[in-house]
Design a protein around this ligand. Structure first.
Ligand code: SF4
Ligand code: SF4
Length: 212
């Protein structure tokens, strides 16, 4: 038996145990994106809650991947959804076609369609990647009027129940997580995901800060 080789192997093992890990504890910990990262879309509102989209279809025309479908309709005095004459009656993006180039964002005259840093869209069904208006439009109560990165936690998915709903991987319920991550709250060795209620416990005392 080569005792020297055993000690050499153990030294290598213990040496790596003391090194800083290259991996992170995903999905509980997520790395920050580059500032110009292009992720999942959202449709924004004005500060008064009206939809920014005026159904002009410029984003649909600009899209090189034919991923966007817009059908505009006329606002009425009794039901005004946007400040313009028209609003998007139907708005869909096929995220499987999308190449996340940002041309739609560039083309939009009202800054309605924007690309957020959200990237977690995995699902078992192709149909789950068709994001219609109900999934794209920022909830009326979700920090309207502010750019995505200026809202608490960054995106609509960070603003409470929406995050909980969208963080499911249950194939019956729908699409995968859209929570961006960012700051993970840690307290007394426990890790929390920021929520409107203050934080949901993700990991117990064994969790280390940053997961590393
Ligand atoms: S990011 Fe590019 S490919 Fe994706 S919907 Fe917008 S214009 Fe189309
Ligand atoms: S998102 Fe912008 S470019 Fe697209 S239809 Fe609405 S207002 Fe026009």
């Amino acid at each position: 038996m080569n005792i020297g080789a055993i000690f050499k192997g153990l030294a290598t093992t213990f040496g790596f145990m003391l090194r800083r890990k290259a991996t992170i504890d995903y999905p509980f910990v997520k790395r920050a994106h580059a500032p110009r990262f292009h992720g999942l879309h959202e449709l924004r509102r004005y500060a008064d809650g009206k939809e920014r989209c005026i159904g002009c279809e410029l984003c649909q025309i600009a899209c090189p991947a034919n991923a966007i479908t817009v059908v505009g309709a006329e606002n009425t005095p009794d039901d005004r959804k946007s400040p313009g004459e028209r609003y998007a009656f139907r708005y869909e993006i096929d995220e499987l076609r999308c190449i996340f180039c940002g041309m739609c964002e560039e083309a939009c005259p009202t800054d309605a369609i924007t690309l957020t840093p959200r990237f977690e869209m995995a699902d078992y069904r192709r149909s789950a990647f068709i994001y219609d208006k109900t999934r794209l439009l920022v909830p009326a109560e979700a920090g309207v009027g502010q750019a995505a990165d200026e809202r608490p936690g960054g995106i609509p998915g960070d603003l409470g129940e929406v995050a909980r709903e969208k963080s499911t991987v249950d194939p019956q319920k729908g699409y995968g997580a859209t929570w961006r991550g960012g700051e993970i709250l840690t307290s007394k060795g426990k890790t929390y995901m920021p929520t409107s209620a203050g934080g949901e416990l993700l990991r117990g005392p064994r969790t280390r800060k940053g997961g590393e």
